[in-house]
Design a protein around this ligand. Structure first.
Ligand SMILES: [Zn+2]
Ligand SMILES: [Zn+2]
Length: 379
């Protein structure tokens, strides 16, 4: 079968032939891959070099996959051939308790592997085999959007973390029914999402579904499609190209209110770090963007720590997602599709055929948001 990936010692994405994977264990599932989404992690794999297993000389790329079950092992219970599945990314270390209890996203040892990112082949190939536990069944009517399950699951996990951690409070507004544990938790709250890329837009849509008053900041002008999608969500777009982190937070305070939830989805390290100094009292700041380059800043460390301690602030990192987040993501995508029917298709700006894969890794036009490689296009 054909695959798209990287060869050790070479820095360009290429196609190569691999044997078609086979089911060798009774709990395994063979999937014919339909679509694979690309994100910043994939571009970084190309830019900084793949994190291959030591005994391998090439790595198949791609970690956001949707496919059709082609065959199943004898012990597989939840899937049958023809089912549509989204596949999770991380494979636990097999040692720590989170990994042993279906929370490899919270691995304690760091000895996990990730398909298409860290030591394991990804999904940019005609077929993939993996265990049933990593396959999440997709409702048939969601198949055209299911390639977004992984990024939605990342946003879902981030919001999950926010709700768990902020449950340290009783309700923060006059309404007990708006506490972070309740289904109506998002009311009377304001959020700022930094970064209007796919993850930022999806996080903003989930927060809007929860009734959070949302602002989304990015450096593109108001005329950019990203800004248009922010407005479409009923959120307010903030162009930060001419604003310092302090000015951004002051602007938000005036135009949206005190920011209870800061969701960082840009990976722009300098702004991300400086924003800590301007967090609102008792607020939470979740970071999901991963900067790669070294960056040295001159900051007043005393001021930052004073600010955090005296205001009971939380800064938390959130990476990866587990099966439960994929399942929640698929439920939420049904809601997103009802409430914001144009969002998902408009995020998927660039659809590239398998044979034209080089286009997916070349610099993007001004209207670009996200690329999908059609390994085997839907009918
Ligand atoms: Zn682990
Ligand atoms: Zn309230």
């Amino acid at each position: 079968m054909r695959a798209i990936g990287l060869v050790r010692g070479e820095n360009s994405v290429q196609t190569f032939d691999l044997p078609k994977p086979e089911i060798t264990q009774p709990d395994e599932v063979l999937v014919r891959i339909k679509e694979v989404g690309l994100d910043g992690t994939d571009y970084n794999v190309v830019r900084y070099g793949p994190d291959m297993a030591p005994d391998k000389n090439r790595m198949v790329m791609g970690h956001e996959a949707v496919g059709i079950v082609e065959d199943i092992g004898g012990d597989v219970k939840s899937l049958v051939p023809g089912d549509i599945v989204s596949i999770t990314v991380r494979r636990g270390c097999g040692i720590c308790h989170p990994c042993l209890h279906n929370q490899s996203d919270m691995c304690m040892t760091g000895l996990f592997k990730e398909r298409g990112i860290h030591k394991l082949d990804g999904f940019l190939s005609e077929y993939a085999v993996d265990q049933e536990q990593y396959m999440v069944k997709v409702p048939r009517e969601m198949k055209h959007l299911a390639v977004l399950t992984e990024p939605v699951s990342i946003a879902e996990k981030g919001i999950d973390q926010i709700r768990i951690i902020q449950s340290r409070f009783p309700w923060t507004c006059p309404h007990p029914e708006h506490d972070f544990k309740s289904p109506d938790w998002g009311n009377c709250k304001t959020g700022l999402v930094v970064g209007a890329g796919p993850l930022g837009l999806l996080a903003a849509s989930l927060l809007r579904l929860a009734q959070v008053n949302i602002m989304v900041a990015d450096i593109v002008p108001d005329s950019h499609p990203k800004a248009g999608l922010v407005n479409y969500l009923g959120a307010k777009y903030v162009d930060t190209s001419d604003k310092s982190p302090r000015e951004l937070m002051e602007y938000c305070e005036v135009h949206g209110g005190s920011v209870d939830i800061l969701f960082e989805a840009s990976g722009a390290a300098s702004t991300a770090l400086q924003l800590i100094s301007y967090m609102a009292r008792s607020s939470i700041y979740i970071m999901t963007g991963i900067p790669r380059d070294e960056l040295n800043l001159n900051i007043d460390a005393g001021q930052v720590i004073r600010h955090m301690v005296k205001n009971n602030e939380v800064v938390v990192g959130s990476v990866n997602s587990n099966r439960s987040h994929f399942e929640k993501a698929l439920l939420q995508m049904t809601r997103i599709n009802l409430e914001f029917p144009e969002l998902c298709q408009k995020i998927l700006t660039d659809r590239v055929k398998f044979n034209d894969f080089q286009e997916a890794f070349t610099p993007k036009g001004p209207k670009f948001i996200k690329t999908v490689i059609e390994v085997d296009p839907w009918d």
